[in-house]
Design a protein around this ligand. Sequence first.
Ligand SMILES: CC(C)(COP(=O)(O)OP(=O)(O)OC[C@H]1O[C@@H](n2cnc3c(N)ncnc32)[C@H](O)[C@@H]1OP(=O)(O)O)[C@@H](O)C(=O)NCCC(=O)NCCS
Length: 159
Amino acid sequence: MADKASAEKASADKVVIRPVGADERAVWEPLWNGYLAFYKATLAPGASDVAWQRFHDSSEPMFLLGAYVEGKLTGIVHYLYHRSSWTPGNYCYLQDLFVADSARGLGLGRALIEAVYEKAKADGCSRVYWLTQTSNAQARILYDQVADVSGFMQYRKLF
Ligand SMILES: CC(C)(COP(=O)(O)OP(=O)(O)OC[C@H]1O[C@@H](n2cnc3c(N)ncnc32)[C@H](O)[C@@H]1OP(=O)(O)O)[C@@H](O)C(=O)NCCC(=O)NCCS
């Protein structure tokens, strides 16, 4: 009989990464809310509606991919493209990444980041970058394997 590790790898083999459709808000929302809860964040009323609409508006440079395990949406990543004064092509900012608690450590986070790499590269971006809290040890185990630490600090002024 297969042990737990190989059973998990077997489920990871069944992962499909694809854009989350406009008719799938009901399955995206719990993951999005899980991510916001992770950051103890409360958004302004209507902010999620605007984000959702932008993900599905072909004129907006804002995108959403989902990781589906046996057909169930289990992880999400949001990313966007923006101009740079340093390159003719855009940069890609990977803004939000979240995997359901029950599916952590199966490779979904890595698969979602790599899918963003593929999309951004195909769309002419010269970099994918993101921020994380220095204290986010779990995420940083993954990030240290797939990207380099930039050494830049983020300054922020809120309005
Ligand atoms: C960060 C996060 C997206 C990682 O997703 P994940 O699907 O669990 O990550 P992966 O399975 O792709 O992990 C890749 C590596 O990280 C390590 N890792 C990640 N989660 C782990 C866990 N729960 N236990 C042990 N190792 C873990 C493993 O070393 C793994 O490497 P391996 O493939 O060589 O074994 C997920 O933990 C999460 O949603 N956290 C809460 C929200 C968050 O922090 N988002 C990122 C904000 S910047």
